[in-house]
Design a binder for this molecule. Structure first.
Ligand code: UDP
Length: 314
């Protein structure tokens, strides 16, 4: 049993991680400022004596009393709609927040785990993307606030590793979906399912030929734990390599929900990556991890979740 701090623990990925860690017997200290996270994601954990929650902005300062074995840094808004809405907070949590979380890990002699992203590859010129690819990022574009913050976070993590000998892990997360996603998250998966369930038009940006590789959240979290428990520093891509066009995703969502919604096209956002697919050789060979849940199965589960949320009006 370990005592683990999860920053962003009330967010989509962070809350799944808190649940898994508690299930396996760990103690969890969840930190979140609720800027995009939600108490509803963790409220079932409040009765658990191994769980505690502190409302805190990790970009300001982090203080956690007592021993800590691992700091898992998941705090960050991550949706393209957030890049427009709260760009400065994103830059701050990727830079100052990462620095504070690293400082906490160093002070406690704890392992540090960084939630990085496939966005470090930008609009990739290499396909599929392996961890050796340095990326193609526009630093001054609207996505730059997230991409560059995460690239800085990786650099800072490696500096603590090399300079201070901190035990670190870096995961590069690819598009992940599933229960606990915000219905108004703005992502293709959440938008399309909510639009389909409500009989609204499905908004495909651009011609819909851009691709993504979607990972169901349960697979993703198992990948995190495999990396955390390994001795691999990383970065390691954790994502499902099955690639789909956004148009295919829209058609799958319409088919699974039995919706009568029509597909309409809206302008492609600036710097929207044209293709994305992880090379997961490293995860498979070094961690023995591979995803199990294919898109149709995952979308079916996610649609059931969004249906419940929309019905309850949460
Ligand atoms: N997208 C879309 N309609 C939407 C939301 C997103 O066509 O309502 C597109 C978006 O332009 C991108 C892809 O779907 O090409 C994935 O977008 P998402 O926001 O889910 O993730 P990211 O761009 O960060 O990979």
């Amino acid at each position: 049993m370990a005592r683990v701090v999860v920053t962003g623990g009330a967010g989509f990925l962070g809350s799944h991680l808190c649940h898994r860690l508690l299930e396996r017997g760990d103690e969890v200290v969840c930190l979140d400022n609720l800027i995009t996270g939600s108490i509803t994601n963790i409220e079932d954990l409040f009765g658990n004596p191994r769980f505690s929650y502190v409302e805190l902005d990790v970009s300001t300062f982090i203080h956690v009393p007592g021993d800590v074995d691992a700091v898992l840094h998941f705090a960050s808004p991550a949706s393209p709609i957030d890049f427009e809405r709260i760009p400065i907070q994103i830059l701050k949590v990727g830079s100052l927040g990462t620095h504070n979380a690293l400082g906490l890990a160093k002070a406690k002699g704890a392992k540090f785990f960084l939630a990085s992203t496939s966005e470090v590859y930008g609009d990739p010129l290499v396909h599929p993307q392996s961890e050796t690819y340095w990326g193609n990022v526009n630093p001054i574009g609207p996505r730059g606030v997230y991409d560059e913050a995460k690239r800085f976070a990786e650099a800072m993590t490696m500096a603590y590793h090399r300079h201070h000998g901190l035990d670190v892990r870096i995961v590069r997360i690819f598009n992940t979906y599933g229960p606990q996603m915000r219905p108004d998250d703005g992502r293709a998966v959440s938008n399309f399912i909510v639009q389909a369930l409500q009989g609204q038009d499905i908004t495909v940006f651009g011609d819909g030929n851009q691709t993504r590789s979607f990972t169901y959240v349960d697979d993703e979290v198992l990948g995190f734990l495999a990396l955390l428990d390994s001795d691999v520093v990383g970065p390691v891509n954790i994502g499902n390599p099955n690639e789909f066009t956004i148009l295919q995703l829209a058609e799958i969502v319409i088919d699974i929900t039995g919706s009568s919604s029509k597909i309409i096209h809206e302008p492609l956002p600036v710097d929207d990556p044209m293709q994305r697919k992880p090379d997961i050789t490293k995860a498979t060979e070094l961690l023995g991890w591979k995803p199990e849940i294919e898109l149709r199965e995952g979308i079916t589960k996610a649609a059931a979740y969004f249906e419940r949320v929309l019905r309850s009006g949460d």
